[in-house]
Design a protein around this ligand. Structure first.
Ligand code: ZN
Length: 498
């Protein structure tokens, strides 16, 4: 085979893989946004067929031979093609270890589990979801052995979401976070609680939607390339850098919930919209890792979205949409209300200060589920016990406890730590960004483009050309969680006058 022909074949396979991913992604997006309840059977069949095609394409003999040939000629490949080969080889090796029937069966299981979880959450009925979660845990444990038999199973799963991260690193990371955050939470709790009752007045969904549109505009998100829909749990999905979709959930008695979901998912969207054109429809398109993705979303949500400067820029616009509800509320009261630091039950609505403690609980539980130390049947009780121990709150029911997140139902075990890492990456990115950009001035002006352009140039454009650690170190040097703990200490000391 000639090298030129091999590269052409590689591009054709990548294009087909992107097309299959596009189709599966749209079907998933439809399932969790507008599809009627009773439609999962046909969808399951279609997904089974498409994922079988995808499996054959990325792990078949043809791909194996092609990748072997290209690896032999590695020295003659340009950097991007070499990276595509590297990434494809990784997933080829992983998938080759999973028998095809197991892979297809798992896809079908997840499709059903999502619906079962939704109903279980609605009805506070963990027992109905438990058999599915048991299968998901068992499958993940088995797949972890396929991914990397030399690693502890949970380490192998972590590596799928954030390459290079393991329990040794995370145990140290979470203990550093707890050392700062737990005493800080205590000191904050001794101060008077700012009033946020006005955030829970009646905020009609139609008006919240207007606010969502405005916020996307402020963030510089091109609406002709980024959709906004509604789902139970907000998320972002991307097909290419011209087609990204975000979702939110409007709660009519809670203004902050959708507002900050939109800013968070908008951060994910900006990342995907900013990946270089040359990487589209190749294996190197899309973000570098879950952790880097979360660093972008949480940068916009917290570092920007909950800053005094940003609130001062957007508060007049928010007040214009909700003149009656916010009639007696000042900018400073609004700023204090979106920055209350206190232990709570729900991760997605938790504040910047306590957020990582929610993640820490999930990290410990996942670790034990995968090692077999904790049985699924005992999970709700252990969840409640840890929430009491770590956050000091009583969990009233499973709907507000172990059933609150969709991740485990979606098969994502090992994903949660990425959120905490993302927070910490973001604070370190800020310290580097501030050398080039007047971040405070940009936020105060309501024109975020200098911030987005910096992130575009340093992070977004590279897609997954680099592994997350390499990308991060190119921009920030060695990872140091101290930037994040300092950021939190400084912010909450100022907010609460500690
Ligand atoms: Zn996110």
């Amino acid at each position: 085979m000639e090298l030129k022909t091999a590269i052409e074949q590689l591009r054709a396979a990548e294009a087909k893989s992107a097309a299959l991913g596009h189709a599966m992604g749209i079907i998933y997006f439809d399932a969790v946004t507008t599809a009627p309840k009773g439609t999962d059977e046909g969808r399951g069949r279609t997904l089974a067929m498409l994922s079988e095609e995808s499996y054959k394409l990325t792990s078949g003999e043809e791909m194996g031979a092609l990748l072997a040939f290209l690896e032999e000629h590695r020295a003659e490949l340009d950097a991007q093609t070499a990276r595509e080969v590297e990434l494809l080889k990784r997933s080829y090796d992983q998938l080759r270890r999973i028998p095809m029937d197991e892979y297809v069966e798992y896809t079908v299981l997840l499709n059903t589990a999502e619906t079962v979880w939704e109903n279980a959450k609605k009805n506070n009925d963990f027992a109905s979801f438990a058999p599915y979660l048991e299968k998901i845990v068992e499958t993940n444990r088995r797949f972890a052995g396929y991914y990397d038999p030399n690693k502890k199973p949970y380490d192998a799963l972590l590596n799928e979401y954030e390459r290079g991260v393991d329990t040794e690193m995370l145990d140290a990371f979470f203990s550093q976070l707890r050392e700062t955050i737990v005493p800080l939470v205590k000191r904050v709790s001794e101060k008077p609680r700012p009033d946020d009752s006005f955030m829970h007045r009646a905020y009609p969904a139609a008006e919240q939607k207007k606010l969502a549109e405005k916020l996307m505009q402020v963030m510089g998100i091109d609406r002709s390339h980024c959709g906004l829909a509604e789902s139970e749990h907000p998320f972002t999905t991307n097909f290419n850098n011209r087609d990204v979709r975000i979702t939110t959930h409007y709660y009519e008695n809670d203004l902050a919930s959708s507002m900050y979901s939109v800013i968070h998912e908008g951060g994910h969207a900006l990342y995907e919209l900013g990946v270089a054109d040359e990487l589209q429809y190749t294996a190197a398109s899309g973000g570098a890792s879950m952790g880097v993705h979360e660093s972008q979303s949480r940068f916009y949500e917290n570092i920007v979205g909950r800053s005094k400067e940003f609130i001062s820029a957007v508060f007049p616009m928010i007040k214009e949409i909700f003149p009656r509800q916010l009639e007696d509320v000042s900018e400073n009261e609004f700023y204090r209300a979106v920055n209350i630091g206190e232990p709570s039950l729900i991760r997605t609505e938790s504040d910047e200060l306590t957020y990582c403690l929610h993640i820490y609980v999930r990290y410990e539980l996942e670790k034990k589920l995968i090692s077999g130390e904790l049985a699924v049947a005992d999970l709700p009780a252990e969840w409640d016990r840890m929430y009491k121990e770590v956050l000091g709150v009583d969990v009233p029911d499973d709907t507000h406890g172990v059933l609150q997140d969709s991740h485990w139902a979606g098969g994502s075990i090992g994903y949660f730590p990425s959120y905490a890492l993302g927070n910490a990456y973001g604070a370190q990115l800020l310290s580097v960004m501030e050398k080039d950009v007047d971040v405070r001035a940009a936020m105060r002006s309501g024109d975020l483009s200098p911030i987005t352009e910096w992130l575009h140039e340093h992070i977004h454009i590279f897609g997954s050309l680099y592994d997350p650690r390499e990308l991060f170190e190119r921009v920030c040097g060695k990872f140091d969680a101290g930037y994040y703990t300092d950021y939190l200490t400084e912010k909450f000391t100022e907010l609460y006058g500690l």
